[in-house]
Design a protein around this ligand. Structure first.
Ligand code: MLT
Length: 388
């Protein structure tokens, strides 16, 4: 046996595991302190009533001979694929059902999709970035190049024609910075990608937080994107499915052989998302479901505003919070990211995510999420006010 030694090139642990461990240690030593977690982007509002009703109904069906379901289609049931297809019509994007693949979340498929690409492709990722893009490519032994996301470019790097890349990652609205590309900027990326014969892996997990139509919800709103992009979306943040697991991946039929290859990959390695979960996901896309999830998204947006307003009041530089559940701030007093993490945990018992965990350009920055409860967000900001 020869093990995959590319794993030796990874950071020792996944960012959110390190944070979890640090917080648990602190908790053990300080059992009386109330910790407020604004670190990992995990939602706190329960699943909405339409989803719960649909799931209950599906559970009942599973207990009756006539309506019981075993293995489902690996690509997802047509009832959910059709719901996704109709949802995209809101953005004037026409998809054919064979282009829509139901997944157990964007994170899994962002890793799985790499099965389709040769090891010798060059990968381009922004820095800072969601660690999954980098780690999954390191595991496969690919060369990863970085494009700098900085204050100077509003954390929205643009393509450089002198840099040749084959696989490009874009997350908009962005995790971790909350920055979002407008239509003109995305056109540039599509143009670059078509010119270089590259593929864009577009992470749209936060599209439901977009507030106006200057920001595309889907890369496929851009002409030509169906020839060069694959899109990943998730119901995790949109509808509280972080624990339930359901998302969708769009692999256009017009992007060479990739659609057929993905069908082949999925039918071999995946047995589909549970029927009960898919019925719940279908309910998200109904008129009532959309109304209900909007209430939760607005709740998180209100939290984002509380965070953003407090930071502004304290004179702490930050971006995000608009079109996004994340707020990206400059660590006060020129602290480094992990230094600020420890300082905040020890002095305010507030947990956030050190910017450097997302890449070198994140050093000196810090991410807070608006996914906590309203009460905890308010309290966390009161603690900030006492500290700074
Ligand atoms: C985050 O906090 O960056 C996200 O929760 C990670 C994820 O969605 O996997």
């Amino acid at each position: 046996m020869k093990r995959n030694t590319n794993y030796d090139n990874l950071e020792q642990s996944y960012l959110f595991s390190i944070i979890g461990k640090k917080v648990n240690e602190y908790k053990k030593q300080n059992p009386d302190k109330k910790i407020i977690r604004l670190g990992i982007g995990d939602v706190t509002k329960p699943l909405c009533p339409s989803v719960i009703n649909a799931m209950h109904k599906a559970v009942d069906e599973m207990g009756v001979q006539e309506t019981f379901r075993g293995y489902g289609p690996e690509q997802g049931y047509d009832f959910l694929r059709t719901a996704v297809q109709n949802y995209y019509k809101n953005f004037s994007v026409n998809l054919d059902l064979p282009e829509i693949f139901i997944s157990d979340g964007a994170k899994s498929d962002l890793g799985n999709i790499l099965d389709l690409f040769d090891k010798n492709n060059t990968v381009l990722v922004p820095d800072p970035v969601y660690p999954v893009y980098v780690d999954t490519n390191i595991m496969a032994g690919r060369v990863v190049k970085f494009v700098n996301a900085k204050v100077e470019n509003n954390f929205l790097p643009m393509p450089d024609n002198n840099v040749k890349a084959d696989i490009i990652y874009i997350c908009s609205p962005n995790n971790p910075t909350g920055a979002a590309y407008n239509r003109e900027q995305l056109k540039e990326w599509v143009k670059y990608s078509l010119k270089n014969g590259a593929v864009i892996l577009y992470d749209a997990a936060y599209e439901a937080f977009i507030e106006d139509n200057t920001i595309p919800h889907s890369i496929f709103e851009i002409e030509g994107a169906k020839n060069c992009a694959i899109e990943f979306c998730s119901l995790s943040k949109t509808a509280g499915f972080t624990g339930t697991r359901c998302g969708y991946t769009i692999v256009p039929e017009t992007i060479g052989k990739l659609n057929k290859m993905w069908v082949r990959r999925q039918t071999t390695k995946f047995n589909g998302v549970p029927y009960i979960v898919q019925r719940g996901a279908e309910a998200v896309f109904t008129e009532q479901g959309q109304k209900e999830i909007k209430i939760n998204i607005d709740y998180y947006k209100k939290n984002a505003k509380i965070i953003s307003d407090t930071l502004a009041e304290l004179g702490i530089w930050h971006v995000g919070g608009k079109h996004s559940p994340y707020i990206w701030l400059k660590c006060p007093n020129n602290m480094k990211s992990w230094e600020f993490f420890d300082y905040l945990l020890n002095n305010a018992q507030v947990v956030g995510t050190p910017g450097v965990g997302f890449g070198i350009n994140g050093e000196g920055f810090f991410r807070l999420t608006s996914f906590g409860s309203y009460e905890n967000t308010l309290e966390a900001m009161e603690r900030f006010k006492k500290l700074f």
